[in-house]
Design a protein around this ligand. Structure first.
Ligand code: HEM
Length: 498
């Protein structure tokens, strides 16, 4: 213990000297964007609390939409307006299209071979092309439509039973399981149960990765501290990497040994087919397959269902909006049958509810971090090579200069205008924009629209424990996916005639 404390102090002292020399000789403060003053060594890290997106939004109000901060030795640029976001994600897209070093992805993502954290370059470009063409194309997404209908049907049946029993349900837990099941079926071809991941539950392990990956890791900002692993995060990542690797190896072996003839090929089948055929134009072996599987799992499992959870929460607080959405669904589908994916086109009110919910509750409020690949001047400010770029879409979504009455849930603000959420309009970019934008947008949006429509069409909802809609706690837990802090306990009433 004493030795590690001694080590820590020695490292900090060394770091202090390096920091002072670095600031003295290399930092050209006068050309940097404005920003809050930092402390020696740690810079501005102490200004981040449990919900960094909220802290950064407050700071940006004072310092402006392009703000300079320092996290340890890393220069960080916080972007908090649509105009500034357009500069970073469109005008100079290529300069800012890389990702910074991320210890979690290094260990768990096969040395950052995963698409989401791969550095910008030919490998990332090839991998992204492969994923979009082979896994996330419209054709591929449609081939899983049957599976989605079946899984959402199972959820509706269990809610229907609860409705007949007059019981309350933990909707957060139920839709989270739906997310896990749909992802596993699409990626691995089967559902995984709680005892399928060593002695720990499948979901528990995935959630640990999401949680640990979101903890501010000193190793990402102070290379020396990374080596000492004072927070114990590296140890945790290494252990998780082992668990995942064993799991993925087993899945791949099972697929290779299986002689089953499948109508719909899952993602493992497709990836292994690419290795066998030698069709990929770049180095592509088991490590790459495992890295992509991890990406698809983490990308798909929690994102869409968390978006549904936020939308349902807002609808619970706004019965008028719920009635309007139910009316739209009744006019289009009636009450004699359930919603099908083919009904989703032209549900205008559903779309504006989703936009409004994603404006207030973006699933990834800071997107994923970007990194500059060279020095660049933006709006007259010097942005150094290897700066970390954080786009705060939470701040953009709640800016009163863009959105009148920004804290209120008013879906109608999107009616009759063409503000879209697919990355063309920088006021609303829940999936990012440009080269690093979300390749799973179409799949994600399909799931959000389908599950939300189904839940609102089939049931009326009231809050359990006599909670008034206005008292519903809307606190957030920041993470790679930012979800509700408190589970949604609700009582369903079935409203269809069949
Ligand atoms: C509602 C659902 C979803 C939302 C809101 C969402 C949001 C995002 C955001 C904000 C980013 C980062 C963009 C940036 O850094 O500029 C991202 C990246 C990514 N998403 Fe999604 N996502 C969703 C669903 C999905 C799904 C279903 C998948 C895959 C099955 C997926 C896979 C990915 C991947 C691989 C990346 C990294 C792309 C790259 O770095 O090139 N996402 N997503």
């Amino acid at each position: 213990m004493m030795t590690s404390i001694l080590w820590l102090w020695t490292t900090l002292a060394l770091a202090a000297v390096c920091y002072s020399l670095h600031s003295l000789f290399f930092t050209k403060r006068e050309r940097l964007p404005p920003g809050p003053k930092g402390l020696p060594i740690i810079g501005n890290l102490h200004m981040l609390g449990k919900n960094p997106h909220q802290d950064l939004a407050k700071l940006a109000k004072k310092h402006g939409p392009i703000m300079y901060m320092q996290f340890g030795f890393v220069p960080v640029i916080i972007v908090s307006s649509p105009e500034a976001a357009e500069k970073f994600l469109k005008t100079y897209d290529q300069v800012f299209a890389s990702r910074p070093y991320h210890e979690g992805s290094w260990y768990v993502g096969y040395e950052q071979r995963n698409l989401s954290f791969a550095e910008y370059g030919p490998y990332w470009r090839n991998m992204r092309k492969l994923c979009i063409l082979q896994l996330l194309s419209s054709h591929k997404i449609n081939s899983f439509q049957y599976m989605r209908t079946q899984e959402v049907g199972i959820l509706v049946e269990s809610l229907k039973q609860a409705a007949f029993d007059g019981a309350s349900v933990d909707l957060s837990a139920l839709i989270s399981s739906l997310g896990v099941n749909m992802s596993c079926l699409m990626i691995f071809g089967k559902k995984y149960m709680d005892n399928d991941f060593g002695d720990r539950g499948f979901k528990e392990v995935i959630q640990e990765v999401l949680h640990v990956a979101a903890i501010p890791n000193l190793g990402d900002y102070f290379p020396l501290l990374g080596v000492l692993d004072v927070q114990g995060i590296t140890r945790q990542f290494k252990a998780l990497a082992k668990v995942f690797d064993t799991f993925f190896e087993k899945i791949i072996d099972d697929h290779l040994q299986s002689s089953e003839h499948k109508q719909t090929k899952d993602f493992v089948d497709i990836m292994m087919g690419i290795i066998e055929s030698g069709a990929s134009e770049f180095e592509f072996d088991r490590r790459h397959v495992k890295a992509v599987l991890l990406d698809m799992l983490i990308g798909s499992m929690d994102t869409s269902v968390t978006a549904v959870e936020w939308a349902i929460s807002e609808l619970l607080r706004h019965p008028e909006a719920t009635r309007k959405l139910q009316k739209e669904l009744e006019e289009k589908i009636g009450l004699e049958r359930i919603v099908e994916e083919s009904d989703l086109e032209g549900l205008e009110y559903l779309d504006v509810v989703i936009k409004e919910s994603m404006r207030l509750h973006p699933v990834a409020p800071l997107l994923l971090p970007h990194e500059s690949i060279k020095d660049c001047t933006v709006d007259g400010f010097q942005i150094q090579k290897k700066s970390r770029i954080i786009i705060n879409i939470y701040a953009i979504g709640r800016d009163p200069n863009i959105w009148p009455d920004p804290e209120s849930f008013i879906p109608e603000r999107f009616s009759g205008n063409n503000i879209d959420l697919r990355g063309q309009d920088f006021r609303l970019i829940p999936f990012g924009s440009g080269r690093r934008s979300c390749p799973g947008l179409q799949l994600g949006l399909t799931v959000v629209r389908f599950v939300l429509a189904q839940l609102v069409h089939c049931f009326n909802w009231s809050l359990a424990d006599n909670t008034e809609p206005t008292d519903l706690d809307m606190s957030e837990v920041f993470g790679l996916v930012t979800s509700r802090a408190k589970h949604l306990n609700v009582i369903p009433t079935y409203r269809l005639h069949k």
